[in-house]
Write a protein that binds this ligand. Sequence first.
Ligand code: IPE
Ligand code: IPE
Ligand code: MG
Length: 247
Amino acid sequence: MSLKEQIKQNPLPKHIAIIMDGNGRWAKKKGYLRAIGHENGVDALRNIATASAEAGVRYLTVYAFSSENWNRPKTEVTALMALLVSSLRKELKTLTENKIRLNTIGHTDSLPKKCQNELAEVIQKTSDLTHMTLTLALSYGSKEEITDAIKTLAHQVKTGELNPDDITEEHINQNLYTANMPDPDLLIRTSGEYRISNYLLWQIAYSELYFTDKLWPDFGAEDLYEAIWNYQHRERRFGKISEQLNS
Ligand code: IPE
Ligand code: IPE
Ligand code: MG
């Protein structure tokens, strides 16, 4: 039985989050410009999004541009923004064919107007699609997201709408950019880095973490199935002991 068939026999992660890292090193290894690495990264994302939707994953949330990535050389930032626009134009067809709804998290209002317009258009055109939600984290930082949530709640306290003693985890959940999304079951990071880089810090409290040395442009459907298979063979105890889980 193929790995693809095997993973379909077990419960799938409902939500997979990915830190798509290693485009630059991939390009360098081949003697290409970093921008070529990012272009190949888009191809990898298309493959992974399609494979995820096909397998039955409901939410795929990918780190495409962090709030810290604004500090990269201007030429790279410009190239990434241009790539975002051209990819959105090109991939509307892929999204529609695979019934994938596009969504974003992050301070997208900091992106160039052209990106914002293109995003708004694709989000609107895919809003009725229900097979999978693909969320692009763009100008995203988890600490920024949590700070924004705290600000909203603080305002509600100030106006008397909310009593500080009544604040629950649910209030935080509902004021994150990911409100109404389940937390990731599985977080994958490529490129052999063992860090979270300010991604979904609150939401991954109980996610299973999977690290691979593969550079993002080399990460294909079989690698995704491998990560899912690995996830399916772990025991998620959520603080309990093994014996409690089966009773
Ligand atoms: C990830 O690849 C893509 C973005 C951060 C936009 P990198 O560009 O970080 O690639 P490396 O880490 O330099 O290899
Ligand atoms: C994380 O990758 C952000 C994205 C994948 C978009 P980075 O390459 O920016 O992470 P660090 O800075 O090496 O931790
Ligand atoms: Mg990197």
